[in-house]
Write a protein that binds this ligand. Structure first.
Ligand SMILES: Cc1ncc(C[n+]2csc(CCOP(=O)(O)OP(=O)(O)O)c2C)c(N)n1
Length: 516
């Protein structure tokens, strides 16, 4: 952990003094940016990310992003400064009067050490907890005068030298019975969630699907923070709908459904119905005991998803059943003016190299992007599973810092871009070569769609006239351009992806939902 994201204040300066030369500090101009960058970095590097915030108001600004990190199972050490111990009781300015309680429901562990000498141990404990399954954010508040105190040298040496391994394999008995259940099934299916990619189980999931001839579904898009299976693979069937009834219906054709690395399920709109059809059985493998326990149906196995897949692959026979039907190639979207988002994503699919990474936060066209691009490489997709806007822009910067050799394109609705817009400054200042593609429809399109679903009429505040993202980018030091036709989009995106610095391309798109 040699990269620290943050936004400093007087309570953090003692920590940053004498900053080691082999560390890098990445400044975010607002805490939601700093946390979002650390989230993307942690997910794309597979290591624990570190973000340092400014006492109570800094933590407050970062809370929405910490919520997102929790939903993303992103291993994050969040530290914050605090008033000096001698001034905390009289509540001098900037005292966080209940620091450990503040981010409480959003983190796995929240702590303010009782003595300065305990800080190294608390930080060590926090880092290990963040990285253990279920991975997620942890919080440590450090009073500012602690940095001048003597650490317990022997103790500090021991706590910094520890390794804590958290991947656990499933019980072999359970694996054998699951393998037998799959092999005996008439029409089994696989549902892949974000933890397949995070656990490094991508190839093993492909092997299981091919060996057992399983059709593969992705978990509903709102909870699909990462893609767990190549979406251009012939076995891939599509993305499950996010509502209870329709999801249950989609899986009704299967007698055994094996869910990997997800909650059951990341539902969103309230469309009731049976969650599972009669005759369908479900088993989920997840490293998160809470996901296992709170599933409303089916059996659960708590284990590392990749290890479980390897164990299953060693047990299941090659199936004789018919291979699953192949999904049709994405339809060519009509060329409209302004462009349909699906047409823009088709262009992006053409220009993005196969190792390219997409970080997505363009709510009304999520499904269109997934369908047109059919991303098919591990670690190629990041999406804010928590649903809090402001994840995409900074996360893309963190992803790019963790994966400097892969091109990163951050696709943003012009509304979504505003929640952490200051991140553009960081991309420019640190020369992080993310391509920002802003799909501009001058509205909160998905909210208008939801208004229809919820039978809401006359809601105010759903239009976004005159929001000039390209000009905002220039103000933050990111070169920008507008592209209105397919050819212009092709050229602008190709050049932006190839360039050595960040660029923003704004494309006006048609209003409304883009479902395919
Ligand atoms: C922090 C936060 N505030 C508000 C929302 C509610 N919300 C969900 S989608 C959306 C509109 C996004 O607009 P835009 O990025 O332009 O995308 P479009 O819907 O037009 O595709 C809003 C405001 C949210 N998800 N997160």
């Amino acid at each position: 952990m040699t990269t620290i994201f943050g936004n400093p204040g007087s309570t953090e300066l003692p920590m940053l003094g004498g900053f080691p030369e082999d560390f890098r500090y990445v400044l975010g101009l607002q805490e939601s940016v700093a946390v979002g960058m650390a989230d993307g970095f942690a997910q794309a590097s597979g290591t624990v990310g570190h973000v340092n915030l400014h006492t109570a108001p800094g933590v407050g600004n970062g809370m929405g992003a910490i919520f997102n990190a929790q939903a993303n199972h992103s291993p994050l050490l969040v530290t914050a400064g605090q008033q000096a111990r001698s001034l905390m009781t009289l509540q001098a300015n900037l005292t966080n009067r209940d620091a450990a309680r503040m981010p409480h429901p959003l983190v796995k562990w929240s702590y303010e050490p009782p003595r300065a000498a305990d800080v190294p141990h608390a930080l060590g404990r926090a880092v290990h907890l963040a990285g253990l399954p279920p991975r997620g954010p942890v919080f440590v508040s450090v009073p500012m005068d602690d940095w001048d105190a003597e650490a317990d040298a022997t103790g500090a040496e021991h706590v910094t030298g520890r390794k804590v391994e958290g991947r656990s394999a499933p019980d072999p008995k359970v694996v054998r019975s699951l393998a037998a259940r799959l092999a005996a099934a008439r029409s089994p299916a696989l549902v892949v969630g974000p933890d397949v990619d995070a656990a490094g189980g991508w190839d093993a999931a492909v092997e299981l699907a091919e060996r057992q001839r399983l059709p593969v579904w992705a978990v509903p898009a709102p909870g699909g923070g990462r893609i767990g299976f190549p979406e251009g693979h012939p076995a891939f069937q599509g993305i499950l709908p996010p509502a209870v009834g329709p999801l249950g219906e989609t899986l009704a054709q299967h007698d055994v459904v094996l869910v990997l690395g997800s909650s059951v399920f990341p539902y969103y709109p309230n469309i009731p119905g049976p969650p599972l059809a009669e005759g369908t059985e479900l088993v989920v493998v997840t490293s998160d005991p809470d996901e296992a326990a709170r599933a409303p149906m089916g059996d659960a196995v708590v284990a590392d998803v990749a290890l479980a897949l390897h164990a299953l692959n060693a047990e299941v026979p090659a199936a004789e059943r018919e291979p699953p039907p192949s999904r049709l190639a994405p339809e060519e979207p009509p060329v409209t003016e302004p462009l349909n988002p699906a047409a823009v994503y088709r262009v992006l699919a053409e220009v993005l190299p196969t190792d390219g990474i997409v970080v997505l936060e363009s709510p009304s066209s999520t499904l269109a992007l997934r369908n047109q691009m059919r991303l098919s490489a591990p670690g190629s997709y990041y999406f804010g599973a928590g649903g809090g806007l402001g994840f995409g822009l900074p996360a893309a910067i963190g992803v790019q810092l963790a994966q400097p050799d892969r091109p990163v394109v951050c696709v943003l609705g012009e509304g979504s871009a505003q929640y952490a817009i200051q991140g553009l400054w960081t991309a420019a200042a640190y020369e992080v070569p993310v391509t920002f593609l802003v799909t501009r429809n001058d509205e909160y399109a998905i909210l208008k769609w939801f208004a229809g679903l919820e039978s809401v009429e006359g809601a105010p505040g759903l239009d976004l006239p005159a929001l000039e993202s390209a000009e905002l980018a220039s103000a933050y030091g990111v070169p920008s351009r507008r592209a209105s036709t397919l050819d212009e989009a092709h050229a602008a995106l190709g050049e932006a992806i190839a360039s050595a610095g960040p660029e923003l391309v704004e494309v006006p798109v048609s209003p409304g939902m883009a479902l395919a």
